[in-house]
Design a protein around this ligand. Structure first.
Ligand SMILES: Cc1cc2nc3c(=O)[nH]c(=O)nc-3n(C[C@H](O)[C@H](O)[C@H](O)COP(=O)(O)O)c2cc1C
Length: 299
């Protein structure tokens, strides 16, 4: 089944969830423009998630999803909110949605895990999920080890459910390429970082706009949790510490709260400015509707 029918959306485009970033303003803008907006639940309790869902619903009557980062401690209460409010879909990361699968499907919530390799894609298909997002390592945020170009066709060959390609996609050409690789749709994150509606600091948007193709790095290899971010003093320091074999707790302490420093405070030295390699192509702040229309307009 194609994902426009599966998710009742106009275009085969999902806005990748972005921790502490994809709040109601961005989500409703994407859903109103014909894609699927995805609300982050990182750092939220049940009350805050419920409030964000209500805000999205006050801004759009179109479908949207919630993202669950499954290592978070309070997932059961967040799943209760999602099921009670009949959200259209969840995307999941950092673990298996298996413990919550029946409850979500009973509430007619589509389950779409983000996967980094073929083996996990097959396990998710066996679980009965509705689609998978195959995310390449050029993506921003937490990443696997295979590139989009290699991963997507291998996942497409391995499973019989829709595969949504993510990682390095930001314009008409890369969407077309993903579809040729066999994907049923795309998920984009970095391209929306510079959207007008995205509620992040001006400094974060400026760092994305001024990034070149080689301005992202991967930290966290020593923590077995690789993360792609824009180069800045924080990641330079962490890379040095990782090269010197520094204590992992010391590294974790530096990372603690660093995303909030980027998103809310625009702290260019101590913030963690997660973004993908495609940041080098993002050169202007545009309304979400323009970003999406430019991709799907005919001709
Ligand atoms: C700043 C940032 C934060 C992200 N946070 C999450 C997250 O909380 N959960 C998740 O499943 N994916 C997260 N991602 C991944 C995106 O949802 C998406 O899959 C990815 O951005 C696609 O690759 P691209 O950055 O090349 O477009 C994040 C990506 C970025 C850039």
């Amino acid at each position: 089944m194609n994902i426009t029918n599966l998710l009742s959306i106009k275009y085969p485009l999902i806005q990748g969830s972005m921790a502490r970033i994809s709040r109601h303003e961005l989500v409703s803008a994407v859903s109103n423009a014909g894609g699927l907006g995805v609300l982050t639940s990182v750092g939220m309790d049940a009350g805050e998630l419920s409030r964000q869902i209500d805000l999205v619903r006050s801004e759009t009557d179109k479908p949207f999803a919630v993202n669950l980062m499954l290592q978070q401690q309070n997932i059961p209460e967040l799943v209760d909110v999602i099921a009670d409010k009949y959200v259209a879909a969840v995307t999941t990361g950092a673990g298996t949605p298996k413990p919550y699968f029946e409850q979500l499907h009973a509430a007619q919530v589509k389950v779409i895990p983000v996967i980094p390799n073929v083996s996990i894609a097959k396990k998710m298909e066996q679980l009965g999920v509705d689609a998978v997002v195959a995310e390449g390592m050029e993506s921003g945020g937490h990443i696997g080890q295979t590139t989009t170009m290699s991963l997507v066709p291998q996942v497409v060959d391995a499973v019989n459910i829709p595969v949504i390609a993510a990682g390095g996609i930001a314009d008409k050409r890369s969407v077309a390429a993903a579809l040729v690789l066999g994907a049923s749709g795309v998920q984009m994150g970095t391209a929306f970082l510079a959207a007008k509606e995205t509620p992040i600091s001006a400094e974060y948007k400026n760092m994305v706009l001024s990034a070149s193709d080689t301005d992202t790095v991967i930290t966290g290899m020593s923590l077995k949790d690789p993360v792609r971010s824009l180069k800045n003093p924080l990641v330079t320091k962490i890379l040095e510490m990782e090269a010197n074999g520094s204590d992992r707790d010391e590294i974790r302490t530096l990372l603690d709260g660093s995303l909030q420093k980027a998103v809310y405070d625009g702290d260019v030295d101590r913030g963690s400015f997660m973004a993908g390699q495609i940041a080098g192509q993002i050169k202007a702040i545009k309304p979400v509707a323009n970003i999406i229309e430019e991709i799907f307009q005919k001709g």
